[in-house]
Design a protein around this ligand. Structure first.
Ligand code: UGA
Length: 429
């Protein structure tokens, strides 16, 4: 099938290369020339497992190309995906300016029946907005249908998730458009939900918000565990073995960050407000999340007797492992608080360092992981990178002023940390 994807962020680019890998004729559109240049050379502008390989192979096989022209992309395709950013506005309402601009340009250039697909996470009713824009550009109603087809990929495992989704959601008022999208996804052989566009738009917000609530719930339980001497890992295991609940997203830690959960939680709170509903449950989940890292910092401050003049070593900066994305990363909140309270910071991350350096040049970034703890008063595990699991804790501790470990992701067992001579603090026990 002939497919165009507008926007080459995580969602757009990964969707594009995976659809190309499935044998579709894909054009990806972006207005960032630097990105396009990289893409043309088979280099992914995002750090994401497997994308470079798919880019190179699909370009070589003639299934993938890029352009800066939405007009060209629209004329090329039977299906045009809108996959541009919808960042939160000042009050949390998603900003759909980019979606509007792209829809205008698509509307001006449709020359044959085209399915226009909203892949961006957009507020309920955006489908109508896009339809109106297309009509406003003079595009005859019978020439297009607008479909909502939200994406559920996670950063770090985006390619795998796109090839192996739990479900495909197709929100369409037109059977013709739904059938076309179903045909596109048929090779994945995954369960497909056909629904109306509003429900599809809401499925995305509800899914991300439910995941956030699940994490905040276990983080709230972790506070009780700490107070009562219970162990949150065992509690989560026992709770998660109930098949009605399930074990995933019950990992207590520093809280949820990234470009999606915080944005979509804020977005759904606003959507609820606009629907005359006060979503107190979701607000509470957000409050718990806001306090989670601060609570951990208060425990650190208490143990260290204040941060002034102390050196704190951070292991991990990315918002989660296997990505260089630092949007809403807990490391940033930690750095801000620690610096404001007079601490010195040394930090190591396998790939996200340069992104954080731009924001916080005053931090001492080390190139080799074992240098991070040199002279430190505390070692803090912020991101649970796989490679950190097998670190030699004794070696890390050997050069520290005080061997105190604050494990924000429950990566190390108390026994192992203590065997290496560390005083061990973690979330939820
Ligand atoms: C999330 C959703 O999981 C995807 O399904 C969705 O498609 C995506 O947002 C999006 O809307 O684009 P992502 O933000 O990439 O994906 O990352 P997650 O794996 O969901 O992690 C989010 C945050 O929750 C991270 O900060 C992570 O450390 C934290 N987390 C996750 C926990 O603290 N505990 C857990 O048990 C799981």
């Amino acid at each position: 099938m002939k497919v165009t994807v507008v926007g080459t962020g995580y969602v757009g680019l990964v969707t594009g290369v995976v659809l190309a890998d499935m044998g579709n004729d894909v054009v990806c559109v972006d207005n960032d020339q630097e990105k396009l240049e990289k893409l043309r050379n088979g280099v992914s502008p995002i750090f994401e497992l497997g994308v470079d390989e798919l880019l190179r192979s699909t370009i070589a096989d003639g299934f993938f190309r890029v352009t800066d022209s939405i007009a060209e992309g629209t004329k090329h395709a039977d299906i045009v995906f809108i996959a541009v950013g919808t960042p939160p506005g000042p009050d949390g309402t998603p900003d759909v300016t980019a979606v509007k601009a792209v829809a205008k340009e698509i509307g001006r250039n449709i020359q044959h029946y085209t399915v226009v697909v909203n892949k961006s996470t957009v507020p309920v009713g955006t489908v109508d907005m896009v339809e109106e824009i297309l009509i406003g550009q003079g595009c005859p109603r019978e020439m297009f249908d607008v479909v909502s087809n939200p994406e559920f990929l996670r950063e770090g495992t985006a390619v795998w998730d796109t090839k192996n989704p739990d479900r495909v959601v197709i929100g369409s008022r037109s059977e013709q458009a739904a059938a076309k999208l179903a045909e596109l996804y048929a090779p994945l052989e995954k369960p497909t939900i056909f629904t109306d566009p509003y429900s599809a738009e809401l499925i995305k917000y509800a899914s991300n918000s439910f995941l956030a609530i699940k994490i905040s719930f276990i983080n709230a339980i972790s506070r009780i565990c700490e107070a009562r001497g219970a162990n949150v890992q065992d509690v989560a295991k026992g709770v998660g073995m109930d098949s009605r609940i399930g074990p995933k997203f019950l990992q207590a830690g520093l809280g949820w960050g990234g470009s999606c959960l915080p944005k979509d939680v804020a977005g759904l709170i606003k959507i609820a407000e606009g629907s005359d509903y006060d979503f107190a449950l979701l607000k509470a989940a957000d409050d718990i999340n806001q306090d989670q890292t601060q609570h951990f910092l208060r425990r650190m401050e208490k143990r260290l007797g204040g941060f002034t003049g102390k050196t704190v070593a951070l292991l991990g900066l990315a918002f989660k492992p296997n990505t260089d994305d630092i949007r809403d990363a807990k490391s940033l909140e930690m750095i801000e608080t620690l610096l404001s309270k007079g601490a010195k910071i040394r930090a190591y991350d396998p790939v996200a360092t340069e992104n954080v350096r731009e924001l916080w040049p005053q931090v001492d970034y080390v190139e080799h992981v074992y240098d991070v703890s040199d002279g430190a008063d505390a070692l803090v595990l912020v991101t649970e990178w796989n490679e950190f699991k097998s670190l030699d804790l004794s070696r890390l501790g050997a050069c520290m002023k005080q061997k105190v470990l604050f494990d924000g992701r429950r990566l190390y067992s108390k026994a192992n940390a203590e065997r290496a001579g560390f005083e061990h603090f973690t979330i939820g026990s």
